[in-house]
Design a protein around this ligand. Sequence first.
Ligand code: ADP
Ligand code: MG
Length: 379
Amino acid sequence: MEAKIKQEFNKRFNGEQGTLYASAGRINLIGEHTDYNGGFVFPGAIDKVIMAEIAPNGTDKVRVFSIDINEYAEFGLKESDAPEQQWARYIFGVCREILKRGGSVKGFDAVFAGNVPLGAGLSSSAALESCFAFALNDMFNGNTIDKFELAKIGQSTEHNYCGVNCGIMDQFASVFGKKDHLMRLDCRSMEYEYFPFKIDGYKLVLVDSKVKHALVDSPYNKRRQSCERVAAKLGIETLRDATKEALDAVRGEISAEDYFRAKFVIEEKDRVLAVCDALEKGDCETVGQKMYETHAGLSKDYEVSCEELDYLNDVAKECGVTGSRIMGGGFGGCTINLVKDDLYDNFITTVTRKFAEKYGHEPVIYPVVISDGARRVEE
Ligand code: ADP
Ligand code: MG
């Protein structure tokens, strides 16, 4: 990828040379639907990145070529200069959000490419934003914008320029990612802690069902409303502060649906903490067990799974996979699986064959390794 980018940059920009930057996609080991409840998430950056070569060009224009989409875009830096292409709006948005915060961005030339699968739940968009946010901070701001602000710049880009009302986890993971470490982010205080992710003898692999169920009413908003109703009933701000005992005490006064939604959120918070403890002890078996519990909770209590994802989970269990669960909001997308090395090949072959037999298409397999996030690529 690096060579391809350099060659293209050299060709497009008359033998000029820029600096290489990269940022990563992410996984979330555990902690689902916890962010808007003030709970914990536990993401890590992966070995799939967006990489860009960038050089200031002395003008007030940004000129950028996307190798993967094979398109060129050119735009100014004023609010009214927004480009048409969706991919370019991510870059424009990052420039604008830096400027809005009083930072500096001048014209630059860029060529970029990536290997984060698009729309598979690995956050290729956050990788793209974080790569440019990190680069423009390094290039035009002497790295004076702190890393949390870089993540927020990516998040605001999604909100204000791409129409995606996302949380902070994806950009946080992409910016802060560290090789062989996961990060427990407290979505209430925004404090975070690195945990070594040493899984010798195991691999992490995503299995993408390639299905996306379009649902009539917004199930996401309905889940949020359930959580808010229960929190209000308990007299607390978010379910982060709820206990199972407190929930059980009001069980007769709330709907069964709200009860099970809140039950999942409360249990999921404890599971994240349990997984962190287990990792510190090198206990991958407990990590895996908690992943299965999360899947069951997402499927039965939170009701955001679907037939295909439940099937992937069942096949993982049959194959002796240590841990497996839906990753992401649900209703389609990937499962994340923690698999012993010696079972890995069999699992991949079996899940591919069985899923294809049942649903008529093969799932896509993404092995992932926990790696560094946003960075300048050393040459
Ligand atoms: P994801 O879950 O992968 O973040 P999104 O729909 O949020 O999916 O973001 C995908 C969008 O990000 C693409 O439509 C494209 O605009 C942009 N993007 C991601 N990766 C690339 C890439 N390698 N080259 C160009 N644009 C990219
Ligand atoms: Mg995205």
